[in-house]
Design a protein around this ligand. Structure first.
Ligand SMILES: [Fe+2]
Length: 317
C-alpha cells in the first residue's frame, strides 16, 4: 500500500475521533513521529508529486513545497527548506508571521533541522506609528524527528538550515470542520483556491466562507520594535532553472534516485527547460552532486530576511 494513503488514512481517523482540532493535533504527534522514521512516506509523496502535469515547469520559491493531501479537516504539505550556499544559519527565511485561526504541527522528517523561534502575541505599542511589541517565547532547533505545535495567532519564525531539511506540516483550522470546508475542497475549486479567494474577498464572502484574508499576519524588526505588514509581501519567484536544481537536489539528497523513471515520463509533455532537466537527470543517474539554489531576491528582503542580532535589538525583554 502507498505510504501516503496509509498515513493520511490514519490522520483522518485521528481527526474524526478527536473532540476538537487542538486534541486532533495532539493525538497526531505519535503518528507524525512514526512518519518521520518511515522514509517510504517521502518517496511515495515525491512519486505522486513528480507525476503532476507541469511539475518541471514551475518557478522558484525559497521553500520547495510538495503538497500531500487537502482534506476538509486538514492539509498536509512537505516543505523542503533549502540552505544558503555558505550554510549560514543566521538569517530568517521569512517575516515573523502567524497563521490566523490555523493550527500547525510541523515535524522534521529529513535533515538536521533549523532554528525555530516562537513569540508571544503581538501587542500594539504605538497606534500612530503602527508599532508592535513582541516577546520571545522560546527558540530551539527543530531537530530530526521532532514535532512542534504552533497555535493560532502565535507568531513564529524559521531560520535557514545549514543543510536540506524537510518538514511535514499538518494544518487545520482551529474551528470545527463545517460545510464551508467541504465547499472549499469541492472538485470545482480544487487547485483554484487563489481564484476562489480573489472572487470571494471583494464580494465580502471571505467571512461567510471562512477564507483567510492575510492582514497584519507578518512583522519585521525596526529599531523601535516591530512593524506589521498590512498585506503579506511574498518573495519574488525565481527562475525555473533554480527550481529544477533545488527539486533535483531534494530527490538526490533524500536518496530517491529511483524516481528518475517517473521524471522521464514527464518528458513526453512539454518541458520548458529540457536542457537543464536532461543535465540534472544525467547527474541523478551518475551520482554527480546536485546543489540546491536560492534565487535573486530570496535572501535580501529587509521585511523578511534578518539576523538574530537584528531581532534581539527589537525584542522587548
Ligand atoms: Fe509559519
Amino acid at each position: 500500500m502507498d505510504k501516503v494513503d496509509k498515513y493520511v488514512g490514519k490522520v483522518k481517523e485521528v481527526f474524526s475521533r478527536a473532540p476538537n482540532k487542538h486534541a486532533a493535533h495532539e493525538s497526531s504527534w505519535e503518528l507524525l513521529e512514526e512518519i518521520s522514521y518511515d522514509s517510504g512516506f517521502l518517496t511515495d509523496a515525491l512519486r505522486r508529486h513528480l507525476r503532476l502535469p507541469g511539475v518541471l515547469n514551475r518557478r522558484h520559491y525559497p521553500v520547495v513545497a510538495i503538497p500531500v493531501v487537502s482534506h476538509p479537516s486538514f492539509t498536509m504539505v512537505l516543505n523542503c527548506w533549502i540552505p544558503q550556499p555558505d550554510s549560514n544559519t543566521n538569517l530568517s527565511t521569512k517575516a515573523i508571521h502567524h497563521h490566523g485561526a490555523l493550527l500547525l504541527t510541523t515535524t522534521n522528517i529529513f535533515g538536521i533541522g533549523y532554528e525555530h523561534w516562537i513569540f508571544t502575541k503581538p501587542e500594539l505599542a504605538d497606534p500612530d506609528a503602527r508599532l508592535f511589541t513582541l516577546r520571545l517565547d522560546g527558540h530551539r532547533l527543530h531537530g530530526p524527528h521532532q514535532a512542534a505545535f504552533v497555535d493560532s495567532q502565535i507568531p513564529h519564525l524559521p531560520f535557514y538550515p545549514s543543510e536540506l531539511t524537510i518538514t511535514l506540516a499538518l494544518w487545520s483550522n482551529s474551528l470545527p470542520t463545517s460545510w464551508k470546508d467541504y465547499v472549499k475542497k469541492a472538485p470545482i475549486f480544487r487547485g483554484r483556491e487563489e481564484q476562489l479567494r480573489r472572487i470571494a474577498v471583494p464580494l465580502g464572502l471571505a467571512k461567510a466562507l471562512d477564507i483567510k484574508v492575510v492582514q497584519d499576519f507578518d512583522f519585521f524588526p525596526v529599531p523601535e520594535g516591530f512593524k506589521p505588514m498590512r498585506e503579506r509581501r511574498e518573495f519574488p519567484l525565481g527562475p525555473n532553472r533554480d527550481y529544477l536544481y533545488s527539486l533535483f537536489h531534494v530527490i538526490q539528497g533524500t536518496g530517491n534516485e529511483s524516481l528518475t523513471s517517473i521524471i522521464e515520463e514527464q518528458l513526453r509533455d512539454t518541458v520548458d527547460d529540457r536542457v537543464t532537466v536532461d543535465m540534472l537527470l544525467g547527474a541523478l543517474k551518475s551520482g554527480t552532486p546536485i546543489y540546491p539554489r536560492l534565487s535573486e531576491g530570496h535572501t535580501n528582503q529587509p521585511h523578511a530576511n534578518f539576523t538574530k542580532q537584528q531581532l534581539q535589538q527589537s525584542l522587548t525583554m
